[in-house]
Design a protein around this ligand. Structure first.
Ligand code: KG4
Ligand code: ZN
Length: 336
């Protein structure tokens, strides 16, 4: 097994609108997982404002570090390595977390490990679990929708991905069309619990390659269906919204499941995992869980809710199992 020699890793995540610090032992054992969400700040704009996000990371990072060390009852000198997300993400936001981790590494003389955000989402499944590769991971976030064949801790192959919108992005856009507050995904999920998933028939895109995805047609069809329903029955807006959320969720979840299962079967893999912000979706989790309960020859791993959306514990896991050591003597503050 490939792994870092560093047993105790302090990890920082700041790729978007969460300032997060975690301390993780042996890639699986989380000593603390501090997350400072900026959702309130961006709510009034209906989405993340990159400038504001970067400034908020600067004001939050030191307090998050202090809280992490306090909760883990550790001093900075007991940490074996410092990890930070290098990308993909918002450049101004990434800089804050990555350079904080690099600075700590310089001060203490311990290694800096630069982490890919997508690998970190995959690695969130190692936290508090006994999952080992090989497995198939469905990565569903605000920026990505991918089926990843995780062959080993360090070797991953993308089997399929979205040709247009990511699932989280589609959730957020449809939520906005229906006038739901930011962040759209969780609000759609909540609303979907109260609606009828069969109320509206929405299109399932076919793709040339069987394991690719496409969600932009679904987004447009949802908008058209919603606007027509509201125009026909303006007094019934609340029920229409709930039914739309449920129908949209049903379409997304069945598509994601069908392709993941078919891909696993084609690869001859019986272990499936889900990762990324949308893995917090109740409908998606329930659909996969139901399947595995009825088909016990398959194994399913889904991260705990606090490891689904952006967090630093997953960065600590990735840093242990898939470390990329940067030469911190060069370009210490210029890269991120
Ligand atoms: O992984 P993440 O925190 O950030 C990215 O790397 O993109 O994912 C954020 C995405 C957003 O689009 C958000 O709306 C979506 O995940 N999301 C959800 C749920 N919780 C977060 N989508 C559907 N249902 C949820 N419960
Ligand atoms: Zn993410």
């Amino acid at each position: 097994m490939t792994s870092s020699n560093a047993k105790t890793i302090l990890a920082i995540e700041s790729s978007c609108d969460e300032t997060a610090v975690a301390i993780v032992q042996d890639g699986r054992h989380v000593l603390c997982n501090i997350i400072n969400s900026q959702a309130k700040l961006h709510e009034k704009y209906g989405g993340v404002v990159p400038e504001a996000a970067a400034r908020e990371h600067i004001s939050a990072i030191n307090a998050c570090l202090d809280e992490a060390l306090l909760e883990a009852k550790m001093s900075i000198n007991e940490v074996d390595a410092f990890a930070g997300t290098l990308g993909p993400g918002l450049v101004g936001s990434l800089l804050i977390g990555a350079n904080t981790a690099k600075t700590l590494s310089v001060i203490t003389g311990k290694p800096f490990l630069g982490i890919n955000h997508l690998y970190a989402h995959v690695a969130s499944n190692y936290l508090d679990s006994d999952l080992e590769p090989p497995f198939l991971c469905l990565l569903v976030s605000g920026g990505h929708t991918q089926l990843i064949h995780v062959k080993s801790y360090t070797e991953m192959k993308i089997i399929g991905e979205t040709l247009d919108d990511a699932v989280g992005e589609a959730y957020d856009k449809v939520a906005r069309i229906m006038g739901l507050p930011y962040p759209g995904g969780p609000n759609m999920d909540k609303l979907a619990q109260t609606g009828n998933p069969k109320a509206y028939t929405l299109p399932k895109a076919t793709t040339k390659k069987p394991f690719d995805f496409s969600f932009s047609g679904l987004k447009t069809a949802s908008q058209r269906t919603f606007e027509t329903a509201i125009a026909e029955n303006p007094d019934n807006a609340e029920q229409i919204k709930a039914d739309m959320a449920a129908s949209f969720q049903h379409t997304v979840v069945t598509t994601l499941f069908k392709k993941t299962k078919a891909c696993a079967d084609e690869l001859g893999i019986k272990t499936m995992a889900i990762a990324g912000g949308v893995s917090a979706n109740k409908g998606l989790r329930a659909h996969f869980q139901d399947f595995v309960e009825n088909n016990p020859e398959y194994r399913l791993f889904i991260p705990k809710m606090s490891y689904c959306t952006d967090n630093a514990a997953m960065v600590g896991a990735s840093a242990f199992f898939n470390p990329i050591t940067e030469d911190i003597k060069q370009e210490v503050f210029s890269r991120a």
